[in-house]
Design a protein around this ligand. Structure first.
Ligand SMILES: *Cc1c(COP(=O)(O)O)cnc(C)c1O
Length: 426
């Protein structure tokens, strides 16, 4: 006969909803929101049930500071297999020699890479934040900008594309120890080859932050920086469609050691092995032939959405997109309409996206003249070009009358109908 569990044990059989109805009712509402409204935030996606199952597994219980075969605590034989599998899969996926799968996030992956190769005060080149760069590329409010001397490069005035000449000139003038490429709001391909040449000319290391485009690289629709850059960092939850987390790749043995030491014990404590297990799941999914179709469809959908929005009178920054996102300049559509007001009006209409500065935006980052719109999540649900045209029309309808609550409610109903045909978690 099984013994009674003590009353302090939360490990009771049955539905977790019965144990904590308050919290699980909130989770139910979030599931409902994700299933019934449009998710167009460029950095978001819908992870598979296998990814979610691994993330919700008993591996959350285990302490495994260190690396496979070199852990501080006992009991890690099974965990070692999980982390080895994740490392092996990601190295195969990207053709890399070494991977660190422990960073808790993209920000941590970047900080660990900096910690591995930089000293406080070193000069680093990174993309301007108001032209697409990330906070961890030297923002004054981020630790990267407080510890290191970041110098920014940007896009051209003329075609709003990454200005490789400006990058070369900045490298020549500032002789950085590291050049960081990669962006969080840039709609075009970033070619690692010319940046490699610039880095070599000034004797700088080259780090490519592929947080946004890792899935497009894995899917073969964007050029891979692996083998070109010295270090590649990325997130696993954006286009790659895995659990929330980060990863670092390198082909250089000397850097591999420094990176591992920087992640642990340099920056983090115990790794999130449940998340690492889910990363392993996602790396396997991204290696399937279907993932190539997925990556290609993301880009086709982004192009269709951008062209639909252009037809509605919006200006698409740089004239279009090569990737999973577009930046929309609202000013030609309505000179008074700000990104902030547009985001809020769309949110009320069941369309979730974010305000964003456009290059040389006269408005502040809290107000902005633009929107950033991404297609990874809606593509996961199975939507294709015709649905993108429909979404462009819905966005325009809301933004023609952003204060009209009846219009918002009507669009919200249409969005719900569309989402009912493409429900991520039925
Ligand atoms: C999203 C992003 C990050 C940070 O990832 P988090 O997981 O949010 O910390 C870093 N770099 C770039 C370019 C990003 O887009």
């Amino acid at each position: 006969m099984p013994s009674e569990r003590p009353t302090f044990s939360p490990y009771l059989p049955g539905d977790p909803h019965d144990q904590d109805p308050e919290l699980f009712a909130i989770l139910d509402r979030e599931l409902e929101r994700q299933n019934t409204t449009l998710q167009l935030i460029a950095s978001e996606n819908f992870a598979s049930r296998a990814v979610i199952a691994a993330t919700g597994s008993v591996l959350t219980n285990k302490y495994s500071e260190g690396y496979p075969g070199k852990r501080y605590y006992g009991g890690n034989l099974v965990i070692d297999e999980v982390e080895d599998l994740a490392r092996r899969r990601v190295c195969e996926l990207f053709g890399a020699a070494h991977a660190n799968v422990q960073p808790h996030s993209g920000a941590n992956a970047n900080l660990a890479a900096y910690l591995a190769v930089l000293e406080a005060g070193d000069t680093v080149l990174g993309m301007r934040l108001d032209q697409g760069g990330h906070l961890t590329h030297g923002s004054p409010v981020n630790i990267s900008g407080r510890i290191y001397n970041f110098v920014a490069y940007g896009v051209t005035e003329s075609d709003e594309r990454l200005d490789y000449d400006q990058l070369a000139a900045a490298a020549e003038a500032h002789r950085p120890k590291l050049i960081v490429a990669g962006a969080t709001a840039y709609p075009r391909v970033i070619d690692p080859e010319p940046i490699r040449r610039i880095a070599d000319e000034v004797g700088a290391l080259f780090m490519f932050d592929a947080a946004h485009v890792a899935g497009l690289i894995a899917g073969g629709v964007h050029p891979s920086p692996v083998g070109v850059a010295d270090i590649v960092t990325f997130t696993t939850h954006k286009t790659l469609r895995g659990p929330r987390g980060g990863c670092i790749l390198t082909d250089r043995e000397d850097l591999a050691k420094a990176i591992d030491k920087a992640v642990f014990p340099g920056l983090q404590g115990g790794p999130l092995e449940h998340v690492i297990a889910a990363k392993a799941v996602a790396f396997r999914e991204a290696a399937q032939p279907e993932f190539k179709d997925y990556a290609a469809q993301i880009v086709r959908n982004a192009r269709a959405l951008a062209s639909g929005l252009a037809d509605e009178g919006f200006r698409i920054v740089s004239g279009g997109t090569d990737n999973h996102l577009m930046l929309v300049d609202l000013r030609p559509f309505d000179a008074e309409l700000t990104g902030k007001v547009a985001q809020e009006a769309l949110d009320r209409s069941g369309i979730t996206l974010n305000k964003n500065t456009v290059p040389n935006d006269p408005r502040s980052p809290f107000v902005t003249s633009g929107l950033r719109i991404g297609t990874p999540a809606v593509t996961t649900t199975g939507m294709r070009e015709p649905e993108m045209t429909e979404i462009a029309a819905l966005i325009a309808r809301v933004l023609r009358r952003p204060d009209d609550s009846a219009e918002s409610a009507a669009v919200r109903d249409e969005v719900a109908v569309l989402c009912s045909k493409y429900t991520p978690y039925p």
